[in-house]
Design a protein around this ligand. Structure first.
Ligand code: ZN
Length: 180
């Protein structure tokens, strides 16, 4: 079921989400939550969504990313569910991208994040998993995990001046600007 997305200002986006217990992972409630997240992500056109964005303060997020991103990098992560994820930064080397967020509609902001990480998490069957992510995928994973810990990308802007409306982003070709 498609659920409305909570927008910036909704306190749930600023809360630390609860971990999901192992028994609960296999419950019908979590299975339904994952279906609702997938439906909502597809409906609103996101590449990832976190449970707090549809009003559920639990440590669950999903990402589905296939094809080329607008930076010409090929990224392939089939539909993946991350439950109780933790991040280990493998390399502190950062790169920036113009991020957007379903909870901050109509805006884009330039954020730099580490580009090589290891994520440990449970999948929807309760199995322990690891994902090594590099480049743009590393950025997407960190963006989604931030939602589980009350953070939004606008907290991490490289510079407050690098926040723009989508229309101006396109009008002034900001994606082509080199930002040092
Ligand atoms: Zn987001």
């Amino acid at each position: 079921m498609i659920r409305p997305v909570c927008r910036m200002g909704n306190p749930i986006l600023r809360m630390m989400s609860q971990k999901v217990s192992l028994e609960m992972i296999k419950s019908d409630d979590i299975a339904q939550l994952i279906v609702d997240m997938k439906d909502s992500m597809a409906h609103y056109g996101g590449i990832g969504i976190a449970a707090p964005q549809i009003g559920v303060s639990l440590q669950v997020c999903i990402i589905e990313l296939e094809g080329l991103n607008r930076y010409g990098q090929e990224i392939n992560l089939p539909f993946t569910v991350f439950i109780n994820p933790t991040i280990q930064v493998i390399s502190e080397d950062k790169k920036g991208y113009w991020e957007g967020c379903l909870s901050v509609p109509g805006l884009r902001g330039f954020v730099e994040r580490p580009q090589h990480i290891l994520v440990r998490y449970f999948d929807q069957n309760g199995a322990e998993r690891e994902l090594e992510a590099k480049g743009f995928l590393a950025t997407v994973v960190q963006h989604e995990l931030d939602h589980l810990f009350g953070k939004l990308y606008i907290d991490r802007l490289k510079d407050p001046a690098l926040l723009t409306y989508q229309e101006e982003f396109e009008q002034f070709n900001l994606s082509n600007q080199v930002i040092e």
